[in-house]
Design a protein around this ligand. Structure first.
Ligand SMILES: Cc1ncc(C[n+]2csc(CCOP(=O)(O)OP(=O)(O)O)c2C)c(N)n1
Ligand SMILES: CC(=O)[C@@H](O)[C@H](O)COP(=O)(O)O
Ligand SMILES: [Mg+2]
Length: 628
C-alpha cells in the first residue's frame, strides 16, 4: 500500500526551503557553513512535525541535530562510516540521508525502521537498537579498513547512558590498546531514559563541571574576546593547559585522546572541532554536551516522557492516549510489585535502566531503598540479584525479553545453576510492534526452556498475570513470568486471587477432534478460532514444567494437537510438548504454530500477528490446511 506522502499528511507546513534541497549529505556539504544554523532550525522543526504525526523516539534526536549536521558536513559519509549507538536518536540522520520524504512512514508496516538498518540505506553503516554496540562495531570496521589498506574514518556516536554498559568498556579497553583511526563521540545529555545512574555518569559530570577547566576556559575566552583574530588560540591553549592541569580523564587513561567537553548546539564550534578531530590520528574521543529534547519545550522539560512518544499535538505537546482496554501487563506488574513489597520486606526490585518502561516508577518512589536501577547493565542486574538472593533477599528483576538476551549466561550460570530464589518479570515477551525485530521478545521461551531449575509461566490475561507473579515470587527458586507489551483481553483483576498450582494447565473450551494447546497471549485468538474449528482449547499456563497429564489426556481424546505461542516455533513451548509426547511414545498428529524462522519487521502488533498467521483467521487457515 503506497505510503502517505508528506503533502498528504500536511507535514510540509513547516518552512523547509533549505531542507528540501538536501537529498543527501552531498547537497549538505555543498552549502556554505554559514547556512548550517538555518539547516538545524529547519531540521528540528521538521523532526517535531513528523514525530507528532507518527510517534516514535523524539527527545534524543532533537539533542543531536547540530551533531548530525556536523558529522555529515565534515566527514565523507558513507565512505567514512557513522554508527549511532542504540539508534533512537538517528531520525535527523535519516532525514539528511535521503529519507526525508519517507519519515511519515516511520515505524509503520513497509515503512522506515525506527533504527538505522543496513538494508535501508548505505548511510546506515550498522544495524542497532540494543544499546552499547557502536564502539565494538566501529572498531571492527576500523580494523578491517586498516587490514585492507583503505583510508577511512569510522565514527561511533554513543550516549552517556549507553556508555555505562559493560560492552562499551570492553570495546574502549580493546581500542585504547592500539593505534587505530577511530572516533568515538560521547553525546552527553546527562540523561538515559530516566536520569542517569552510576559512577561513570558522576565522572562525566565532574568533567563538565571541572572547576579548573571551566574557570580557565572562561578566563581565556574573555581575555581573547577583544582579539577575534586570536580566538583560535583558545582551542590550542586549552588543549595544552588542560593536559597540564586537568586530572586525566578515564578515557585518556584508556589510551584515547580526549577532546572536550564542547557545546553540542554551537554549530560553528562543532564544525571547527570536528574538522580538527578529522585530521587527528589514532583513537580519539570527543565529549559533546547536548540537551535531550533541545528546541521543543515539552521535550526539553520532560525528556523521559518525550524519549518515546505516541503521536502528539505539536502546539500543546499533549500525547495521544493509548488504546488498552484496561491496565497494561506492565501496569499490573507495577501494582503487584508494590503490594508484594509492602507484604515482604525481603523483596527488592531491579531494573537495567528501564524504570518507566517496566512499570517501576511507583515502586521506586514508595520503596526507594529497595529499588535498584543499575543502568544499561543487564548482565550485572541478573548477577546482582543472584548475590542478593544468596543473602536472603528476594529480588525481582524486571527486564524486557530482548534485553534479557544480554544476560543469558548470568541467568544460567549465576542464578539457575545455583537454584537461587530470583523472580524475573520478563516484559515485552513476543512481538512488540513498531520497535520491530531488534526489540521483539521472540526467543525467550526457546532459550529459557532448556535451563534446569527455571519455572516458566505465560499468562493469558491480566488476572492470570497477577496470579502468576504471585506464584513465581512464592516459588523458592528461579522463576520467570513472560508477558506481552501493552494490554490483554481486558478481564477483571482479583488482587486476592491465590497462587496457581505449579505445572497445571486448564481446558477452557471443549470441542471435537482438534485440541489447541495455547500458551500465554495466544489463548485469546485460540478461543476465537475454536468457534469455527469446534476445537478444544487448553490454556497451558506453564511452559516449564508442562502439564504432562493434560497433554496425555488431550492426545488420547483428539486427532490433532495444535500448539500456539508468541515465540519462535524452534525450541519453543510447542517443541516441549513434542519432546514430551515422543518421550512417552505417544503418537498423535501435531501442528506447531508460532513465530517463523525469520525476523518480523516493524508494524502494528496486530499486523505482525497476522503476518505470522497467529491471529484467529491465521490459526483457522493453518489448521484447515493441515487437515486438508
Ligand atoms: C541493551 C539495551 N538495554 C536497554 C535499552 C533501552 N534504551 C534505549 S535508549 C536508552 C537510554 C540511552 O541513553 P543514552 O545512551 O544516554 O542516549 P540518549 O537517549 O540520552 O540520547 C535505553 C536504556 C536498549 N535499547 N538496549
Ligand atoms: C530505544 C529503546 O530501546 C527503547 O526506547 C525502547 O524502544 C522502549 O520500548 P517500549 O516502547 O516497548 O518501552
Ligand atoms: Mg544520554
Amino acid at each position: 500500500m503506497p505510503h502517505r506522502t508528506l503533502s498528504d499528511s500536511g507535514v510540509v507546513s513547516h518552512r523547509r526551503s533549505l531542507l528540501d534541497s538536501i537529498n543527501s549529505p552531498i547537497n549538505l556539504r555543498a552549502l556554505p557553513e554559514s547556512l548550517l544554523p538555518e539547516v538545524a532550525s529547519e531540521l528540528r522543526g521538521f523532526l517535531v512535525e513528523c514525530v507528532s504525526q507518527t510517534g516514535g523516539h523524539l527527545a534524543a534526536g532533537l539533542g543531536v541535530v547540530e551533531l548530525t549536521i556536523g558529522l555529515h558536513y565534515v566527514f565523507d559519509t558513507p565512505h567514512d562510516r557513522l554508527i549511532w549507538d542504540v539508534g533512537h536518536q538517528a531520525y535527523p540522520h535519516k532525514i539528511l540521508t535521503g529519507r526525508r520524504d519517507r519519515m511519515i512512514s516511520m515505524r509503520q508496516k513497509d515503512g522506515l525502521s525506527g533504527f538505522p538498518k543496513r538494508c535501508e540505506s548505505e548511510y546506515d553503516s550498522f544495524g542497532v537498537g540494543h544499546s552499547s554496540t557502536s564502539i565494538s562495531a566501529a572498531l571492527g570496521m576500523a580494523l578491517a579498513a586498516k587490514q585492507r589498506g583503505e583510508r577511512r574514518t569510522v565514527i561511533a556516536v554513543i550516549g552517556d547512558g549507553a556508555l555505562g554498559a559493560g560492552m562499551a568498556f570492553e570495546a574502549l579497553n580493546h581500542a585504547g590498546s592500539m593505534d587505530i583511526d577511530l572516533v568515538v563521540i560521547l553525546n552527553d545529555n546527562e540523561m538515559s531514559i530516566s536520569p542517569p545512574v552510576g559512577a561513570i555518569s558522576n565522572h562525566l559530570s565532574r568533567l563538565l563541571s571541572g572547576k579548573i577547566y571551566t574557570s580557565m576556559r572562561e578566563g581565556s575566552k574573555n581575555a581573547l574576546a577583544g582579539m577575534p583574530q586570536l580566538r583560535h588560540l583558545v582551542g590550542r591553549w586549552e588543549e595544552h593547559v588542560k593536559g597540564m592541569l586537568m586530572p586525566s580523564t578515564l578515557f585518556e587513561e584508556l589510551g584515547f585522546n580526549y577532546i572536550g567537553p564542547i557545546d553540542g548546539h554551537d554549530m560553528a564550534s562543532m564544525i571547527k572541532t570536528l574538522r580538527n578531530i578529522k585530521e587527528m590520528p589514532g583513537q580519539r574521543l570527543l565529549h559533546v554536551v547536548t540537551r535531550k529534547g533541545r528546541g521543543y519545550e515539552p521535550a526539553e522539560g520532560q525528556p523521559t516522557t518525550y524519549h518515546g512518544v505516541t503521536p502528539f499535538n505539536r502546539q500543546t505537546g499533549e500525547l495521544r492516549k493509548g488504546t488498552a482496554k484496561g491496565p497494561t501487563y506492565t501496569q499490573i506488574f507495577g501494582g503487584w510489585l508494590c503490594d508484594a513489597a509492602a507484604a515482604d520486606k525481603r523483596l527488592v526490585g531491579i531494573t537495567p535502566a528501564m524504570c518507566e518502561g517496566s512499570g517501576l516508577t511507583a515502586f521506586s518512589k514508595r520503596f526507594p531503598d529497595r529499588y535498584f536501577d543499575v543502568g544499561i547493565a543487564e548482565q550485572h542486574a541478573v548477577t546482582l540479584a543472584a548475590g542478593m538472593a544468596c543473602e536472603g533477599l528476594k529480588p525481582v528483576v524486571a527486564i524486557y525479553s530482548s534485553f534479557l538476551q544480554r544476560a543469558y549466561d548470568q541467568l544460567v550460570h549465576d542464578v539457575c545453576l545455583q537454584n537461587l530464589d530470583v523472580t524475573f518479570a520478563v516484559d515485552r515477551g513476543g512481538l512488540v510492534g513498531p520497535d520491530g525485530a531488534t526489540h521483539a521478545g521472540s526467543f525467550d521461551l526457546s532459550f529459557c526452556r532448556p535451563i534446569p531449575n527455571l519455572l516458566i509461566l505465560a499468562p493469558s490475561d491480566e488476572n492470570e498475570c497477577r496470579r502468576m507473579l504471585k506464584t513465581a515470587y512464592e516459588y523458592e527458586g528461579p522463576a520467570m513470568v513472560r508477558y506481552p507489551r501493552g494490554g490483554g483481553p481486558g478481564v477483571t483483576i482479583d488482587s486476592d486471587a491465590p497462587a496457581l498450582p505449579i505445572g497445571r494447565g486448564e481446558i477452557v473450551r471443549t470441542g471435537q477432534r482438534i485440541a489447541l494447546l495455547a500458551f500465554g497471549s495466544l489463548v485469546a485468538p485460540a478461543l476465537t478460532a475454536a468457534e469455527t474449528l469446534n476445537a478444544t482449547v487448553a490454556n497451558m499456563r506453564f511452559v516449564k514444567p508442562l502439564d504432562e497429564a493434560l497433554i496425555r489426556d488431550l492426545a488420547r481424546d483428539h486427532d490433532i494437537l495444535v500448539t500456539l505461542e508468541e515465540n519462535a516455533i524452534a525450541g519453543g513451548a510447542g517443541s516441549g510438548v513434542a519432546e514430551f509426547l515422543s518421550s512417552q511414545g505417544l503418537v498423535v498428529r501435531c501442528l506447531h504454530l508460532g513465530l517463523p524462522d525469520r525476523y518480523i519487521d516493524h508494524a502494528e502488533h496486530a499486523e505482525q500477528l497476522a503476518m505470522c498467521g497467529l491471529d484467529a483467521p491465521g490459526i483457522i487457515a493453518s489448521v484447515q490446511a493441515e487437515l486438508g
